[in-house]
Design a protein around this ligand. Structure first.
Ligand SMILES: [Fe+2]
Ligand SMILES: [Fe+2]
Length: 355
């Protein structure tokens, strides 16, 4: 070869990467719902390590690279710490049921409301705005702390972060769309809601966030049909409830999985539930006859105006009882029935009988 036609050395092919492939010849087939995460859980790619030593961000099933940096000191690297059955389906459902706060809410149905009703709705929207920030920020932190080997669970949490961003914005939009605006912050993030971010363990966090906090919010959103004043608000609460049900399902299924696969942690989980139930009971009680500002706003909305506050307050009490019952059903579904039968739960026995 003449000097003019010689290929410079830097352009020579180095195909050694072809000798480093992982499992080859797999052919994932789309099912009825398309090509889902469940469909690519095949062969060695479906192998979930009980304990992950992946510190390099290596995609599960790919060939390790010796010189790769340790990019993540993943705190969550034991499967039972975060796993749940059907995470892959929950993730696909989240993707398929995304909605737009800009175009899926019939904003044109908003009509001027009496001042007290508008103020109550705006106070509630301010409260939910604060709560939704926490509901997005906290899972986001735990995604980065979890080994990429458990990608299905991580992806469900990633979808939750997107859902919470939308919830935050839809309540902000409602507050600003009908002649009201944001009100004074509720301070919810200084109390129990803020304590969610202080959890040191994933399951401690998930019990506070998914089971206790979001469970209570889910019941409220489901009641939006009762306190929404127009189709825009009713649709907003209904669509948020649909997302919230998935977040709560994550917590319930994770707790069930952990209780089954790591029975040595059951007593610790019972302690998280003790804490959740003490908070729930505190929310039911009404010391010194005072309601929180968001409860007062809810009673105004449920009654249809501050002149019907007492009637609204009675409806609010029904919602509070329902929060308790729905919480108990979730805990029973997660496999922790005994606490309602052996006197451990601080929830009064009359509720246990009707859960
Ligand atoms: Fe939310
Ligand atoms: Fe949520």
């Amino acid at each position: 070869m003449s000097e003019a036609t010689e290929i410079p050395r830097e352009h020579e092919l180095d195909t050694s990467w072809m000798d480093n492939m992982a499992e080859w010849g797999v052919t994932a087939k789309p099912g009825k719902r398309g090509l889902t995460l469940a469909d690519v859980q095949i062969g060695s790619y479906a192998d979930l390590p009980a304990i992950s030593d992946n510190m390099t961000g290596r995609p599960r099933g790919s060939t390790p690279r010796a010189e790769a940096y340790r990019v993540g000191a993943y705190q969550v690297h034991t499967l039972s710490e975060i796993w749940l059955d059907n995470a892959e389906y929950l993730y696909e459902e989240a993707l398929q049921r995304q909605w737009s706060s800009a175009t899926d809410i019939p904003w044109h149905t908003l009509k001027p409301l009496p001042d007290d009703v508008e103020e109550a709705e705006c106070l509630l929207c301010t409260f939910f705005n604060e709560v939704e920030f926490v509901a997005g920020d906290v899972p986001a932190r735990w995604i980065a702390r979890t080994t990429p080997d458990y990608l299905e669970a991580r992806n469900v949490l990633s979808a939750q972060v997107m859902d919470e961003a939308r919830h935050m914005d839809v309540f902000r939009k409602r507050a600003l769309a009908n002649g009201g605006g944001l009100m004074r912050m509720s301070g919810a993030t200084s109390g129990f809601v803020g304590s969610i971010d202080l959890a040191r363990d994933f399951t401690e966090m998930s019990t506070r966030l998914h089971i206790s906090g979001e469970g209570a919010v889910l019941t409220m959103f489901r009641m939006g049909e009762l306190f929404g004043q127009n189709d825009a608000e009713k649709t907003m609460y209904r669509l948020c409830a649909q997302d919230e049900a998935r977040h709560v399902a994550f917590g319930v299924m994770h707790l069930r999985c952990l209780g089954d696969t790591a029975p040595e942690r059951r007593e610790e989980i019972e302690c998280y539930l003790d804490e959740a139930e003490e908070q729930l009971i505190a929310g039911q009680q009404n010391p010194a006859g005072r309601q929180s500002e968001s409860s007062e706003a809810l009673a105004v909305l449920l009654g249809g105006g501050s002149q019907h506050y007492d009637e609204g307050h009675k409806k609010l009490l029904v919602i509070r009882r329902r929060q308790l019952k729905e919480y108990m059903k979730r805990v029973i579904s997660a496999g922790f029935t005994d606490r309602f039968e052996n006197g451990r739960s601080p929830i009064p026995a009359q509720y246990a009988a009707t859960a």
